[in-house]
Design a binder for this molecule. Sequence first.
Ligand code: ADE
Length: 259
Amino acid sequence: MRIDLLSIFPDYFAPLEVSLLGKAGEHGLVDLRIHDLREWTHDRHRSVDDTPYGGGAGMVMMPSVWGEAIDEVFEETGTGGQSDRRVLAIPTPSGVPLTQSMAQDLTNATQLVIACGRYEGIDQRVAEHYREAGFEVLEYSIGDYVLNGGEVAAMVLTEAVARLLDGFMGNPDSLVEESHSGAGLLEYPVFTKPREFRSLEIPGVLLGGNHAAIERWRRDRAIEKTARVRPDLALSLDASSLTREDRAMLARCGVAYPR
Ligand code: ADE
């Protein structure tokens, strides 16, 4: 998958070169391209923003410079054949909340272009234009708080998608039971050596080797934690995936799933 990051602060993305993502680049899973938006400016000051129509605080990023930049990076991957899926993602606090299933869905994109706005955001006609031109446009938010720009949110999306690509994870089983994966539950607590840490012991069931009991214990802890910290998730589980024991545990946590 090709991922293009466009920003007036390209140096922001240096951390993506290290760690797992660096490895993904080397293995050819991700072709990551980082671009300085100002390369597409034409004036002496390399301007990217202007005052908002209708008045108000702050500056708005101009559609003309974004249009030239986005056109060029999309053109680099060809004319967009039938099987090509080219997505323009725009991080913004007014976007749809990013979820694991959205990240999973994006793993089959051919190209993901992430346009990072600063100031009060990007002129709305940029999203509108590419949507009308037949591109998939995703205006997304990484949470109910406001950042200074889209760069951090772009790194979040890049990592969330890249780690799901086939061949990225050394052990793909790691993806199965983690939080926000299939079951819809948060992950159970995990422990490693030593057996005692500052007088805290490992839960006994994990030492016994009874795999069914361990599985039940983990599932109960996952249900408990989800009900406590994310009641919204606990209330929207897939009822068909819940066993009688799951329902009993949910009921003990004050979440009712009939039958
Ligand atoms: N830009 C500024 N705040 C943001 C947020 N919460 N999510 C995505 N992009 C942003």
